[in-house]
Design a protein around this ligand. Structure first.
Ligand SMILES: [Zn+2]
Length: 249
């Protein structure tokens, strides 16, 4: 029963995150005007506003002008619901789960904006740093480990950005600070490792398919998001395996 409520809650938040992705890069308010069709400007009705179901009922089209509704809104609603449920299973009904739900939501907006505009807004990085500091007293990550994590996350991405000469942007470096603050130094290493692995793999695939050239930039925030979620799920296991394998402990 709780799972259903969390799924619904996640899809409603996901709907709001989609609005942020669509509006923030254009400098528009995320509060007003209310959701409307981008093509004809008509304000959406109650049924259309229901996450996922609204899209299915009207077959992905505006009720009055027939313009297609971008599919990624619905995809994001489902993704957010899935992530919230996975955090619930992983951390239970705790403040820690809330902390990572906040981080994941912020990362989804940043990743979405990065995919569409190749930019990470500084305002969102500041929100991330603020939230990271707010959750520090929770003590789930001991605060010195969080500060070292921030330095390490930002530092490693800064070195990669410097070495890649434009392949990775300053926004990614600042995002590294946020991730370290939330995750602590051990987990942020896992997150960066997974992100770089996934990014390199995707780069090779896109080059092989002829979709990208070697020097083309790849928005990296989506990979940092995936890496962070991977670290939240498997970070402990990866760290334990690493210590056991290389230090025999
Ligand atoms: Zn319309």
């Amino acid at each position: 029963m709780f799972q259903i409520l969390i799924g619904i809650f996640g899809s409603i938040i996901g709907s709001f995150l989609g609005l942020c992705i669509a509006r923030l890069p254009k400098g528009e308010s995320i509060v007003s005007p209310p959701s409307h069709c981008d093509a004809c400007g008509r304000r959406l009705g109650a049924v259309e506003l229901i996450p996922v179901a609204g899209y299915l009922i009207y077959r992905g089209r505006c009720r009055s002008c027939g313009a297609p509704v971008p599919w990624w809104y619905t995809g994001l609603e489902l993704l957010t619901a899935g992530i919230y449920l996975s955090l619930w299973y992983r951390f239970g009904p705790t403040l820690v789960a809330l902390k990572y739900a906040v981080l994941a939501s912020l990362l989804l907006v940043i990743a979405g904006i990065d995919l569409r505009t190749y930019m990470i807004p500084d305002s969102l990085v500041l929100v991330g740093l603020g939230c990271g500091l707010l959750f520090l007293p929770l003590g789930e990550v001991y605060w010195p480990e969080a500060l070292v994590g921030a330095a390490l996350g930002g530092g490693i991405l800064f070195l990669i950005a410097a070495a890649s000469r434009g392949g990775m942007g300053g926004g990614d470096v600042k995002l590294g600070l946020v991730l370290g603050l939330f995750l602590g130094w051990q987990q942020v290493l896992v997150a960066l490792f997974l992100a770089i692995l996934a990014g390199a793999l995707m780069g090779v695939i896109l080059i092989a398919l002829g979709r990208k050239r070697r020097r083309d930039a790849l928005p990296f925030a989506p990979f940092l998001t995936a890496g962070t979620l991977g670290a939240l799920w498997w970070g402990r296991d990866i760290i334990n395996w690493y210590i056991a394998t290389f230090f025999g402990l």
